[in-house]
Ligand binder design. Structure first.
Ligand code: CMP
Length: 136
């Protein structure tokens, strides 16, 4: 049975800066994702703080928000069967040095912070994150 889902994907500043946007978008397309909507934006630090609010209490929160707002990013709505889990599989582990061969973070990530992509981690967060960027 099909289980079509949408998930929110971000191509982070480190990847945009290195001109990897088309290459990373192709990784999603090759894996069967449809890009339903996308835009290039630069977040204010306060937007990043809001977006990553679930990590508010973590020691890395401040650096994380500074980083996500440090340069342009691409935000996309990706659609596919079981998109949330499929995207997490394709991205690989949060820390590129633990990510499996062939995953986006293994191929392009630089460090746990500069790990090139973000993807929603649950159905609930996918809805929240898609609304955050695309609700008019
Ligand atoms: P992301 O999937 O965007 O979600 C939160 C981000 O915090 C994560 O990717 C990492 O880039 C970053 N981060 C920095 N330090 C850590 C850590 N120790 N554990 C998890 N995420 C971290």
């Amino acid at each position: 049975m099909s289980n079509l889902q949408q998930t929110l994907s971000i191509i982070k500043p480190d990847a945009v800066e290195r001109n990897l946007v088309e290459e990373i978008k192709n990784e999603f397309k090759k894996d069967g994702f449809e890009i339903k909507n996308e835009k290039k934006i630069k977040l204010a630090k306060s937007d990043a703080e809001q977006f990553y609010k679930v990590h508010e209490t973590k020691p890395f929160y401040k650096d994380l928000c500074e980083y996500l707002s440090s340069g342009p990013i691409i935000v996309m709505i990706l659609e596919k069967d079981n998109a949330i889990a499929a995207n997490r599989e394709l991205m690989g582990a949060t820390d590129p040095k633990n990510a499996k061969e062939g995953t986006i973070r293994k191929k392009y990530g630089i460090s746990i912070d500069k790990n090139s992509v973000h993807g929603s981690d649950s159905i609930e967060n996918a809805k929240i994150e898609i609304d955050f960027f695309f609700k008019s």
